[in-house]
Ligand binder design. Structure first.
Ligand code: 5AD
Ligand code: SF4
Length: 496
């Protein structure tokens, strides 16, 4: 870790406590940015590029909150004064993408030497990555990890005042810093972290090594954050955690995820509650019951299967077998008949035979997922699976992967078709990107709907969409299913 000795700040006045310390550094950063602006005669621009999951997307909103506070104008291009890559490392190709993009960014920086580049997120928690950056990408100004993202303001001040690459990676933390600024992508919906880290150590997965041990936020902090979001126009929250079903177990006053959901449900003005991700091993009957009774929890469960072979599941350290998984899906469907179930599946885990793969296909056919993310196994060094023998030949993996994808897509299209003709509530998210006369939104089950606002779609075809509906929940008739999305038309007026 590098020291802060070069900073032009007298140490006596720096608060030790968080978040006060970061607010202090935000003020320092503001002054430094203003000086640069005066020299340049223009505002400074910043761009945050997010790789990976919803957790990273939420982290990027936190980075943007700080950037906004300290005076950067956010832009949608990497030709900016400050570019930040918030990286993912769950699969090898995520890392390769970052190295590739950094090359391009380096050429741009050659022409604009005052430009600053920062890298953060999961990939930075890997030692070999930081070593490579120090050797091959000396032009990067700032490197930090997942545990100290709350120190972004402080790190920006260092990057602005120190001449050399600033590297600050922590091995872990128990600290959760609340109440820092956040800039949301959407005004009406927001992710909310309820916990950080993961204790499950699935044998293929690098997340527990780069995100650290599981830590739950205090329920009162979560509730307060959601109340503030609702007061600010949010109607839908996505509760985020690597394994939300184990939320609250390690708090001084333990609370279950189902209990937390019941508390959140009481927040007036909040209309929809989503969450991800659920680990099948911890999904309780209590949660199913609460979901079944709830008016606000969306009818959607993302329930990663990973493999349908009990033998492989054991090697993956998943703590459930094929039969238990199918029984769980049965329970969910019995309690909540219209629930959408989605999943993650890995193909080509070490030692996976065609027989094992066919077990996965069998589960896919039995469950009939509304959608599934399918992944080719990627060897992550440091995980137990990377040391396992009999890694599956690439050609075989590819063949299985294609078979799986075809089946998953076929079933998903059939499932989506079942809702055709129904009138269902849609949260309107934006004007359609390709056709400005349409609005785009989501059903409770997370499916996307593009719809016209005119009662008669033929007459309304070239009308501009009614943007006042964005952020509102409206009834939409699902006129036609187009595979994984719907074309619809607005029915009557706003529901909420
Ligand atoms: N290879 C392929 N897929 C992986 N995932 C996690 N680790 C790996 C890996 N090493 C997938 C899992 C997880 C999703 C987020 O990413 O399916 O649920
Ligand atoms: Fe990775 Fe398993 Fe934790 Fe999910 S539950 S983040 S797959 S270790």
């Amino acid at each position: 870790m590098e020291t802060t000795k070069n900073m032009q700040i007298s140490a006596g006045e720096i608060p030790v406590m968080e978040p006060q310390r970061q607010f202090y550094y935000m003020d320092q950063a503001k002054k430094l940015i203003r000086e640069r602006e005066e020299n340049l005669g223009r505002k400074l621009t910043a761009h945050v590029e997010t790789f990976g999951c919803q957790m990273n997307a939420r982290d990027s909103e936190k980075l943007r909150g700080i950037l906004d506070t300290i005076g950067f104008v956010q832009v949608d291009t990497e030709e900016a004064d400050f570019v930040i890559y918030n990286t993912c490392t769950v699969r090898e190709n995520a890392n390769n993408k970052v190295y590739g993009r950094l090359g391009t960014l380096g050429s741009y920086k050659k022409k604009h030497p005052a430009m600053m580049i920062a890298l953060c997120g999961c990939m930075m928690q890997e030692e070999h990555v930081v070593e490579r950056l120090k050797k091959e990408f000396r032009f990067v100004n700032l490197v930090f990890g997942t545990h100290n993202i709350f120190k972004f303001a402080e790190l920006v001040v260092r990057a602005l005042t120190e001449k050399k690459m600033v590297v600050d990676i922590w091995e872990g933390t128990t600290e959760i810093v609340e109440n820092l600024p956040v800039e949301r992508k959407y005004s009406f919906k927001s992710g909310v972290n309820i916990m950080f880290g993961c204790n499950n150590f699935c044998s293929y997965c690098i997340v527990p090594y780069v995100r650290g041990r599981e830590r739950s936020r205090e329920p009162k902090d979560i509730i307060r954050e959601i109340e503030r979001l609702v007061a600010d126009g949010v109607v839908e929250v996505m509760l985020l955690g690597q394994n939300v079903n184990s939320y609250g177990k390690n708090l001084d006053q333990p609370i279950t995820f189902a209990e937390l959901l019941q508390e959140i449900e009481k927040i007036e003005g909040l209309e929809r509650i989503r969450f991800m991700t659920s680990h099948p091993k911890d999904l309780s009957d209590e949660l199913i019951e609460v979901m079944a009774q709830s008016k606000k929890i969306c009818k959607h469960m993302h329930l990663p299967l990973q493999s349908g072979s009990s033998r492989i599941l054991k090697k993956m350290n998943r703590h459930y077998d094929k039969e238990q998984y199918l029984a769980l899906v049965g329970k969910l469907r019995a309690a909540i008949p219209d629930i959408a179930i989605t999943t993650d599946i890995i193909v080509g885990f070490p030692g996976e035979t065609t027989e094992d793969f066919l077990e996965t296909m069998d589960v896919v056919k039995k469950v009939r997922y509304d959608s599934a993310f399918t992944f080719i196994y990627s060897k992550r060094s440091g995980t137990p699976a990377a040391e396992m023998e009999d890694q599956v030949p690439e050609a075989e993996v590819k063949e299985h992967f294609d078979m799986l994808l075809k089946e998953v897509q076929h079933i998903a299209a059939e499932k989506a078709k079942e809702l055709e003709g129904q009138i269902l509530p849609v949260l309107v998210e934006q004007v359609n990107e390709h056709d400005r006369s349409l609005l785009t939104g989501r059903l409770s089950n997370n499916s996307v709907v593009h719809f016209s606002c005119a009662a008669d779609p033929a007459s309304g075809a070239d009308m501009a969409a009614d943007t006042s509906l964005i952020g509102k929940i409206v009834d939409v008739k699902l006129v036609e299913c187009k595979g994984f999305y719907y074309l619809g038309e607005l029915c009557g007026s706003v529901v909420k």
